[in-house]
Write a protein that binds this ligand. Structure first.
Ligand code: SF4
Length: 680
């Protein structure tokens, strides 16, 4: 089909955190075409989502005016009425219950500037540290582990390094489907000779190409990674020069790790000791070896500890501080790294800075003391709502109800709230079930700003078409609400660039990331001044925690979510190539026909044993709820396990998942749920 395009605008893909650059063609006020742009990230490629999944922007379901819920129905209102209503409710809740009765959630689909403004609103206008974002449920364990052990809670290496790696260790990630352009680059590097170890319970496409594929029992990452560390030490596969200069605690760690020798833990992990040893040898010999991990590592009871045990492997083999190596979380949504890094986290300020580092600077710049009380994270907000302590929540670009584990508990909690402010493109499931007021947001194609890739690279997004009707950018909505709550000053920015300049003034590592530079290039922080070239590779000479990083002795703690006679199968959840996360955007595009419904994948042997036929509906029951899904017999899953996607509201797969959370940062354990499956 020939499409007549009136003009092209360069911007950044809104889907995954690879952050591909694209040119978007418009005709009149409509987006009509997308083509890849030259960029060191995507090198002329886009995946099926970036290339074709943009029609959500003009979906007839788009809500382009503010609404207030009256009784059971929604009433269209003016911006003035919506903002006055919201401000009055917030003011009344603060007066009656205090500022900590309100929670604010930033968004991985909003810009850095908007997330910065959201946390400033929570801290300065409301006076609470109850600010968080969806990073809580995915890679907060990665950020916590990396910050604790090395000093920076983000990926150590840029995507530019992929072709430099001699070996890859891919853990709990399926980049072919979830970060497709990176997945294709890894595949090409492997075809060009790089060695590949994949650790994943499922036989993904990359697992099929791997020199070693370890398919552990879900929940066993810590003993498995420990067993690889034990192999490195026992077989002396260490980088002694690197350890001598930059690693502490080897003797104590060596004493601890003997209990995790592969032969001792292989049975618990469900893999062979020989394969564990082979994986460790390949990782050590490939140097530089790049480790990339996903939610199969983080979304566990020991998610943070799982990442820490991966960092041990990099420290033992000298795979940090050099190109082609590193520990690299594959972040989920486009700006999830940026949302948390801009201060949408109860415990940190913009730039990922602690209150000790930047509290005085922020308070002085914002003209207000910072709230001293600890803030609640997203999961703690839900708990507080259930307990009647949280009265209001403001979520933009995030569907809480659809996304959180254990829908029954989420429902109980959200039902207790007096005020639920939803700011989105669509009347999402949270709005439909619990919303009090709906504020219509502009999409990424209708506003300016910056996004931050999974690899710390900051890039521009640019407005392509006008927002429909009365939809407005998130930053404008926050600004208007701040003014109504008596804080016009400090929020009266002319636009995203002015907000970003305030961010740079408060964040020393981002000071050099000016719009003037970002107009022509993408830059990795740290970038402390306008002459600095940016830092694609962290830790080249030292770690922010000091000259030496310390190995972490992490004991394995099995999840309480175990199979038994009633629930004999383990359910894993994950994503597919043609959809993205909760499907809010991708379900409203032509791509949806490629994967129109969530399915339950089951090994052929289990399907035969249970008498279940392909493409028939099956009932999946856990200790927390049940859903009916179409069965898909698949050789990707192991016997004893099943796999479900979670891209839609019906059936809502999170009815099955538990309330078990990461021990340190409370990310839900989406990856291990005991279930039974019967014919529906
Ligand atoms: Fe967009 Fe990710 Fe696909 Fe790139 S790989 S086009 S960023 S969805």
């Amino acid at each position: 089909v020939t499409v007549e395009v009136e003009g092209w605008t360069r911007t950044t893909c809104v889907y995954c955190a690879v952050g591909c650059q694209m040119e978007v063609g418009r005709r009149g006020a409509r987006v009509v075409a997308v083509r890849p742009a030259a960029s060191p990230v995507n090198r002329g490629h886009l995946c099926v989502k970036g290339r074709y999944a943009f029609e959500f922007n003009h979906s007839p379901e788009r809500i382009a005016w503010p609404m207030i819920r009256d009784g059971e129905g929604w009433r269209r209102v003016s911006w003035d009425e919506a903002l006055d209503f919201t401000a009055a409710k917030l003011r009344a809740i603060v007066a009656a219950h205090g500022a900590d009765a309100i929670g604010v959630l930033g968004s991985a689909r909003a810009t850095n500037e908007e997330n910065y403004l959201a946390q400033k609103f929570a801290r300065v206008v409301l006076g609470t540290n109850n600010i968080d974002c969806c990073a809580r449920v995915c890679h907060t364990p990665s950020a916590k582990a990396l910050k604790t052990m090395l000093g920076t809670g983000a990926a150590s290496n840029g995507f530019d390094d992929i072709e430099l790696a001699g070996a890859f260790l891919i853990c709990g990630a399926n980049p072919t489907e979830n970060h497709p352009v990176v997945g294709a680059r890894i595949k090409q590097a492997v075809l060009n000779g790089a060695r590949l170890v994949v650790i994943d319970p499922r036989r993904t496409e990359l697992a099929g190409l791997a020199d070693v594929h370890l398919a552990p029992r879900p929940g066993c990452n810590v003993p498995l990674f420990n067993a690889m560390a034990a192999t490195l030490i026992e077989e002396d596969l260490l980088d002694h020069a690197f350890i001598g200069e930059r690693v502490a605690g080897l003797d104590e760690f060596a004493d601890f790790i003997v209990d995790y020798a592969p032969e001792r833990v292989a049975m618990e992990c469900g893999v062979s000791a020989a394969d564990i040893r082979a994986a460790a040898r390949l990782y050590a010999a490939g140097r530089p070896s790049m480790c990339l991990h996903g939610l199969g590592v983080t979304e566990h009871l020991q998610g943070t500890e799982g990442v820490m045990t991966l960092i041990n492997l990099a420290l033992l083999t000298g795979n940090l501080g050099r190109p082609g190596a590193g520990i690299n979380p594959l972040r989920g949504q486009n700006n999830v790294q940026g949302a948390a890094h801009m201060g949408c986290d109860p415990a940190t300020l913009p730039g990922g800075q602690s209150f000790k580092e930047a509290g005085a600077r922020c308070a002085s710049a914002w003209g207000a003391p910072l709230p001293e009380r600890h803030g609640r994270n997203l999961l703690q907000m839900v708990d507080a709502a259930a307990a009647g302590e949280l009265k209001a929540i403001w979520a933009f670009g995030y569907d809480i109800y659809l996304s959180l584990a254990n829908v029954a508990e989420t429902t109980r909690a959200l039902s207790e709230l007096e005020l639920v402010i939803v700011q989105d493109l669509f009347l999402n499931e949270t709005a439909k079930a619990f919303g009090s007021v709906f504020l219509p947001a502009a999409s990424f194609l209708e506003r300016d700003g910056t996004f931050m890739n999974s690899d710390r690279r900051v890039q521009r997004i640019r407005q392509v078409v006008p927002a429909p009707g009365e939809a407005r950018p998130d930053w404008w909505i926050i600004q208007q609400l701040a003014a109504r709550l008596g804080r016009a000053e400090g929020f009266d920015f002319a636009g995203p660039q002015a907000i970003w300049d305030e961010v740079r003034a408060l964040w020393p590592e981002g000071a050099g990331l000016s719009y003037a530079r970002l107009e022509h290039e993408s830059l990795h922080w740290p970038c402390p001044d306008e002459q600095h070239p940016g830092t694609p590779v962290l830790y080249q000479s030292s770690f922010p925690v000091g000259q030496r990083a310390t190995l972490a002795a992490i004991a394995y703690l099995p999840t309480p979510e175990q199979t038994d006679a009633d629930y004999p199968l383990l359910l894993l959840t994950g994503r597919t190539l043609y959809q993205f996360n909760a499907g809010t955007l991708s379900n409203r595009t032509p791509d949806a026909v490629l994967r129109p419904a969530d399915t339950l994948d089951m090994a052929p042997a289990d399907a035969t044993r249970l008498g279940l036929a392909d493409a028939t509906p099956v009932r999946v029951t856990s200790r927390y709820g049940e859903v009916v899904l179409p069965l898909r017999i698949s050789r990707q899953v192991q016997p004893g396990q099943v796999f479900a996607t979670f891209h839609g509201s019906e059936p809502l797969v999170n009815r099955l998942t538990s309330s078990i959370r990461d021990l340190q940062v409370q990310a839900p354990e989406y990856k291990v749920t005991a279930v039974r499956v019967t014919a529906a």
